[in-house]
Unconditional design. Structure first.
Length: 228
């Protein structure tokens, strides 16, 4: 049972890279039916579900952990996504993978503490709500810091070596039929950036090496209330 591709959007006006898949796998990398042992999805309803035009991914992990995955390719200008996620970054200080969450992840600490910096990188990521990829407010770096705090927890992977699994437990892209050129996997996010109980909306965009931004995509990650 193939995973559900990103819903079709209107033709983008942004010229930068296109997101061909944006989803939340379970901690073992399964995008077909998160939480199912060995990704054996026979007889299991396909996930995610669609609500109000957005894909909703359930969180199965008891600690609220997910493996965030973004795949992309060149947009209207023909330039592929850049792959700068941590230092060194482009001159404007922002990564090529841009993701914002509507609610804090982990404890929501606004400090940028990446896995390769002091600490273990599990102390949280602040929310940016409503989504805003524009300039930082005067005298602050709040938007840039939030973007850096997410991106530095991802790695870029060649499409022949994805971090995701299909319904049979085999390595496979989230949406290989869209011919992405790169996959980004939030493998460090599995360790500590738990989503809060309820719904968290994630908004993602990609930039090419010149800084041109592509159109946004959104998903909902839903963590149910644990049984009492």
């Amino acid at each position: 049972m193939p995973p559900t591709p990103t819903p079709t959007r209107a033709a983008p006006t942004e010229l930068g890279p296109l997101i061909t898949f944006f989803g939340a796998a379970d901690t073992q990398g399964c995008v077909a039916c998160p939480g199912t042992p060995n990704c054996d999805c026979e007889g299991v309803p396909p996930t995610p579900i669609i609500e109000n035009g957005l894909r909703v991914f359930p969180v199965i992990d008891a600690l609220g952990r997910v493996l965030m995955v973004v795949e992309g390719k060149a947009g209207a200008n023909g330039q592929p996504p850049g792959i700068a996620l941590g230092q060194p970054l482009p001159a404007d200080g922002r990564p090529h993978l841009l993701i914002e969450a509507s609610r804090p992840l982990g404890n929501g600490n606004p400090a940028v503490i990446c896995p390769d910096a002091a600490g273990d990188g599990s102390d949280g990521i602040p929310a940016v709500e409503p989504p805003n990829f524009g300039p930082d407010p005067p005298g602050t770096t709040t938007i840039t810091d939030a973007l850096k705090d997410v991106a530095c927890r991802f790695i870029s992977r060649p499409t022949l070596d994805p971090c995701t699994l299909n319904a049979f437990g085999d390595a496979a892209l989230g949406n290989g039929s869209a011919s992405p050129t790169v996959q980004f996997c939030g493998e460090s996010m599995v360790s500590g950036q738990a989503v809060a109980i309820g719904d968290t909306r994630f908004t993602a965009r990609l930039r090419d090496i010149s800084g041109t931004v592509g159109p946004p995509e959104q998903i909902i990650v839903r963590r149910p209330t644990p049984p009492s």
